[in-house]
Design a protein around this ligand. Sequence first.
Ligand code: NAP
Length: 295
Amino acid sequence: MPQTQTARLMDGAALARHVLDHTAAMSSAISHRTGKAPCLATVLVGEDPASATYVRMKRTRCETVGITSRHLPLPATTTTTELVDAITSLSEDPEVHGILLQHPVGGHIDERAAFEAIAPHKDVDGVTMRSFAAMSFGLPGFVSCTPGGILRLLDAYDVDLAGKRAVVVGRSAILGKPAGMLLLARDATVTYCHSRTRDLRSIIREADVLIAAAGRPHFIHGEDIKIGAVVVDAGYSPGNVGDVDFDTAKTRASLITPVPGGVGPMTIAMLLSQTAEAAALQMGLVPAELIPSQG
Ligand code: NAP
């Protein structure tokens, strides 16, 4: 068996454009049929510049695909009760179809309580326990956006997951855990690794499919990658740095995501796609019948 090869790139930016084109077509069909555009509510607690930038990017992208957005900025002093009340109001508002709570929220807030105030049919970011359960049981529901985007990428590049050894490095509620559940639902044999995992590198070396989601810049090197593995780098650290050392990993992987331009663009695309789908369902429309298939 050869000891090196050159990986094909998994182009998340191109796939995201495709998903966004489809989303724009769906939004347009919804507006045409009902006279109302899909609406995403964004909730931001405090003034963290990075969080504010993320929210701004998401709202700008909404405009480009015919989704309206309603922004709810809340002061850093907001209590859990106040945040839960604000999100509950959005959950009950028929003009709002999807809700995004930008996280992390301040340390004094019970983030889980705030997420759970999002009505499941408006949970377009896939953060509630109900959405996680649906992902785990393979039932209909909205997926967590980054893991959902990863699965879309794997599908777009015809990665057959059944029976494959998938290793997920990271176990956060929004990324690692749901990514593993979605892979398990596709019959992969999933191993989760985290900061307490012993002998991490030997586990990574067994991965046919590696999902790096630890947020540790370049901590996975080519020598740790099994020849021919599919490598998805969800990590993102300042300076556009992923968890995987791309230059060495690409000489051993068969497929690899770049950073930037891999998983990142898919996250926003999934959020907007799910917002349009939520709007269609809430307006009594069947998303799949609105426009030709996603291909
Ligand atoms: P997080 O909540 O901090 O979780 C990090 C996970 O990695 C934890 O489970 C942690 O283990 C594990 N970990 C940390 N250091 C490790 C090490 N040395 N070895 C093994 N496991 C280790 O982060 P997150 O929100 O899941 O995000 C992870 C990364 O993905 C970040 O770089 C973030 O910026 C990126 N991200 C990207 C997108 C995107 O759209 N591209 C979206 C979301 C997140 P413990 O559980 O034991 O602490």
